[in-house]
Structure formats: structure tokens, C-alpha cells
Design a binder for this molecule. Structure first.
Ligand code: KG4
Ligand code: ZN
Length: 337
């Protein structure tokens, strides 16, 4: 079974072709960073318009990379939410139209399910069950995953998502959009001993997160310095270490509470090197392992959507022939196919 994946939930057009037996055949990404950079963040209307412009040419090129023709494709998977509604609609409309024209099925895919399954695209993939930490621009969630579509929420952020806190803190430091990777690069030059940030909510039971206090801490600490490049790097380092430690503590708690051994870490923030190194420390916990996606599949991409859709289509999932797009869509509403 060959599946075309289409991802357009935010500021990246991602296209991929995943084959059930042969694996990932081709994938392409068009980033809108240049469009949104001058505004300091994603402008939804500009994002939608760019997806409309890019989708068909990118699909053509991805098909050509894989030497695939329309007749080779057995199904289409598209991101139906959560995300920016106009951006989602652009991808959903193209997916549905191609499915109709080619007379093949199309399935709506949950963006965070795509992230959660992305580490399975790697060699030696994780097997169900496992604990998943989803850390992206919009979500920070700990999930007990017992199978495809079997997701039990263990804890989540009560305010900002981890990625959002990275982006907002980066903005305070005068780093451009997208802020997370820039803050992380700056933190590499930072002195880990100069500032100590709190580890929010670790003294309370439970697996919820709160990152908005760290953001305020960043602002107050920055204002207490002269604002040199080194000051900013030191603050960035303290911020990043606080996020990494907090995630580590909550993941350890989730493994203990569920008795599960393996941890899967996914979403844009899982590309962060300090966080990866810290969470790798949970390997060996009860004999378990820690799994990540390769760097480029931590952030948004079409491969994870093609893969999630392929699993669902193979399991016989059918969807009504409507254009589905949901700005909000809790992961826990999903069901097995
Ligand atoms: O998963 P993603 O690409 O999109 C969403 O579904 O939200 O995640 C984007 C988020 C942004 O907040 C971005 O700043 C953050 O992931 N991010 C990082 C890094 N790379 C991306 N945060 C910290 N360190 C990184 N290296
Ligand atoms: Zn994402």
C-alpha cells in the first residue's frame, strides 16, 4: 500500500510517500520561515495562501522523486487538525480532491498522532505500549499509549506549551522567529552555573506542566542584567536546563505511575539537543529505552502523516467523503481504526 501524506497545519507544507512494505519513498518540505520572519511569528492568512501555492507543485516533485504515478497511490492521508483552520483547509481540500479524482480513499490524520508515531519511521522502532511525551509549539502532553488510537492522557501543560515558552523567551532575548532553535543555539554559549531557574510544579504530585512562570523568570532575570550577549546566553542556558529537568522529572514519574518501560519523545521541542541528552538518561529505567525521531521528523513534516494514515488505512479505517478540518481536536478523542 502506497500512501501520499499531506501536512499543512501551520507554517510548513510537508508532502511524503510512504509504502507499507518499502518504507518511506520520498518526502519534501517547504518552510514558510522567510514569509513570517518579518512579522515575528506565523501570520495565519499568509500561511494559508502559501500552502495553496505550494501544495500541487510539491506533490508533483515528491511523486517524481519516488518515480510514482497517480495510479500507484492507494490512499491519501492529510492533517485534519489541530492547527490553523485556513492552513488545514488548504491541505484537506487538495487531499479530498485528489482522492476523488484518483478514486482512492483519503483519511483525516490527527497532527499529534503523526508526531507521536514519527519515531516509528526510524530503524529499530518502538513497540506498543509506551509512554509518549509530546512537546511541540502548541502541546505538552504525557500519554500512555497502548496501541494505535489508544491514548490515555497522564498530564499536560496548564498554560503555555514548552515550545511556546521557548518561542516567547527567545523573543524577549531579541532572537527572531522561529525562536526555539535560536534560543537553543545561544544556550550552548551559556554558563550553567550563573542562574538557577525553578523547576515548575515538580514539588506537587501529578504529571501536569506549567511553563508560563519560566517565561516570566526569563524576563525578570534578563532585566537584572546589562543585557550583553553573554548575559542572554546565560539566561538561555538556565531556561533550557529548567525545561529539560522538568520534562525529565515528569517523564520519570509517568514511567513509574504506569509501570511502562519505554519512553517515546516527539514534537518540535524533541529536536532540542539538551532535552534529548537529559531524557536519554531515562534509558535503562526498568530495562526500558528512550526513542526519538530523527531531527527533521521532530518538527512538522509529511512523512509522519503518511505513516499514521498508512497504519489507519491498512487497519481498514474509512472516512466519509467530506473535507475535515478542526482547529481544536483533543488527541484523546481518537479511537483505534
Ligand atoms: O512540532 P512543531 O514543528 O510544530 C507544532 O506542532 O507546534 O513544533 C514547533 C515548536 C516551536 O515552538 C519551536 O520553537 C520548537 O518546536 N522547537 C525547538 C527546537 N526546534 C523546534 N525548541 C527548542 N529547541 C529546538 N531545537
Ligand atoms: Zn507539529
Amino acid at each position: 500500500m502506497l500512501v501520499l501524506g499531506i501536512e499543512t497545519s501551520c507554517d510548513e507544507t510537508g508532502i511524503a510517500l510512504y509504502h507499507a512494505e518499502r518504507g518511506l519513498l520520498a518526502h519534501r518540505l517547504h518552510s514558510q520561515v522567510a514569509i513570517h520572519a518579518e512579522y515575528g511569528g506565523v501570520v495565519p492568512e499568509l500561511a494559508s495562501r502559501d500552502h495553496v501555492r505550494r501544495l500541487i507543485p510539491l506533490i508533483r516533485r515528491t511523486m517524481s522523486d519516488a518515480n510514482a504515478e497517480a495510479g500507484d497511490i492507494d490512499g491519501i492521508a492529510y492533517t485534519a487538525g489541530p492547527g490553523l483552520i485556513g492552513a488545514l483547509l488548504a491541505g484537506a481540500a487538495v487531499a479530498r480532491s485528489l482522492a476523488w479524482a484518483w478514486n482512492i480513499p483519503a483519511v483525516p490524520v490527527h497532527h499529534m498522532e503523526g508526531h507521536l508515531l514519527a519515531p516509528m519511521l526510524e530503524p529499530d522502532p518502538p513497540q506498543f505500549p509506551f509512554v509518549a511525551l509530546l512537546v511541540s509549539g502548541g502541546h505538552t502532553q504525557l500519554i500512555a499509549v497502548t496501541g494505535l488510537g489508544r491514548y490515555e492522557l497522564l498530564g499536560e501543560s496548564v498554560d503555555d506549551a514548552a515550545g511556546e515558552a521557548f518561542d516567547k523567551s527567545a523573543k524577549m532575548m531579541g532572537l527572531g522567529y522561529p525562536g526555539g532553535p535560536a534560543l537553543s543555539r545561544l544556550a550552548e554559549q551559556g554558563d550553567p552555573a550563573r542562574f538557577k531557574f525553578p523547576r515548575p510544579m515538580v514539588d506537587r504530585p501529578g504529571m501536569d506542566f506549567s511553563f508560563s512562570g519560566l517565561k516570566t523568570h526569563t524576563l525578570v532575570t534578563l532585566q537584572s542584567t546589562a543585557g550583553t550577549q553573554q548575559d542572554k546566553a546565560d539566561v538561555a542556558r538556565a531556561f533550557e536546563d529548567a525545561v529539560a529537568d522538568t520534562l525529565f522529572i515528569k517523564c520519570r514519574r509517568a514511567l513509574q505511575a504506569t509501570g511502562l518501560k519505554n519512553l517515546v519523545v516527539a514534537g518540535g521541542v524533541s529536536a532540542n539537543r539538551t532535552i534529548r541528552a537529559k531524557l536519554n538518561g531515562l534509558a535503562g529505567h526498568g530495562g526500558g529505552r528512550v526513542y526519538f525521531a530523527r531531527h527533521e521528523f521532530c518538527t512538522d513534516n509529511g512523512a509522519m502523516i503518511a505513516y499514521a494514515g498508512c497504519l489507519r488505512l491498512q487497519a481498514g479505517q474509512q472516512a466519509p467523503p467530506i473535507i475535515e478540518a478542526r482547529a481544536r481536536w483533543p488527541l484523546t478523542e481518537l479511537a483505534p481504526p
